[in-house]
Design a protein around this ligand. Structure first.
Ligand code: APR
Length: 266
């Protein structure tokens, strides 16, 4: 168990107070919340973009030019993604939703770990790795169908059964627009929330990195938990530079203590 600095303990207590007194808190997560589940993030020291250049492996243009490059990267990281289990950070966020403190989760992650941890209202603004579609005829495939196809055909990229166009995971690549429903719901949530808890994101990719600006420009509060600084730290009410898997459960624990005291005094 990490030894926390007194200032961190103070921030955890303050974050718990902010959240328990909030009316409609929302959570925004990034890849950092899944690293403790074994999934590399993108820009941390051993991030995916350090090994695979995003302009070659992560853009829709490069995918259309040569889908096999993307699929080689996908084949390398897919087992980690598919076999990952939620960590204490995901479960803490699911607990905040069960306590009716967090109303929704906006996630940039495609690993579905929030849902596996029990979160219900989850907006996947960058899509989901468990669905695949054909860019030719829009046919859609789930993970099991795709894995069976790849095992049988043993070649990359996997091709559509109907029109033989290369398949693409339903994730948003650079140069693609976000899914409209998730995008506009997230903007609406960011405009209306009184507390946005941001966990495990470098806040470096638009338009998601602009969402907290809707919140803070209305004078509402940001809580940022990230092990590296972000561009919004100086505008946040609380910044804790530590592991989400450590801090989030401690915030939930503190909220439960506050609630128990309130129940005792009513
Ligand atoms: N606890 C706290 N912070 C962590 C942890 C952890 N256990 N592990 C990593 N981090 C931090 C990293 O230091 C980094 O600042 O989480 C942040 C993750 O940032 P990115 O790797 O940039 O991931 P993200 O913000 O989700 O990227 C946004 O960029 O490439 C695109 O589509 C991709 O959705 C992704 C988007």
């Amino acid at each position: 168990m990490e030894i926390l600095e007194p200032v961190e303990k103070e921030s955890i207590n303050k974050a718990a107070e902010l959240l328990i007194n909030s009316k409609n808190a929302v959570v925004l997560t990034g890849a950092g919340i899944s690293t403790e589940s074994g999934i590399p993030d993108f820009r941390g020291e051993s991030g995916i973009w350090a090994k695979y250049k995003p302009e070659i492996y992560g853009s829709i243009q490069s995918f259309l030019n040569d889908p096999s490059k993307f699929w080689k990267m996908a084949e390398d990281i897919a087992p980690t993604l598919f076999n990952a289990e939620p960590n204490a950070g995901h479960y803490a966020i699911a607990a905040l939703e069960k306590m009716n403190i967090v109303k929704a989760i906006i996630t940039q992650n495609v690993d579905e770990l929030h849902q596996k941890a029990g979160s219900i209202i989850v907006y996947e603004v960058h899509g989901n790795i468990n669905r695949f579609s054909c860019l030719g005829c829009r046919a859609s495939y789930n993970k099991q169908q795709l894995l069976r196809k790849m095992k049988k055909e043993k070649k990359l990229p996997p091709l559509c059964d109907f029109c033989a166009t290369p398949l693409k995971p339903s994730v948003v690549l650079f140069g693609e627009s976000l899914p409209n429903f998730e995008k506009y719901m997230s903007i609406d949530l960011a405009k209306k929330t009184d507390v946005m808890l941001i966990a495990g994101s470098s806040l470096s990719v638009a338009p998601v990195c602009d969402l907290p600006l809707y919140t803070v420009s209305e004078g509402r509060k940001l809580i940022i938990i990230n092990d590296e600084p972000t561009y919004l730290d100086e505008r946040a009410e609380i910044v804790i530079n530590n592991k989400t898997g450590t801090i989030l459960p401690l915030i939930v624990e503190q909220i439960k203590k506050i609630q128990a005291n309130r129940d005792l005094n009513t």
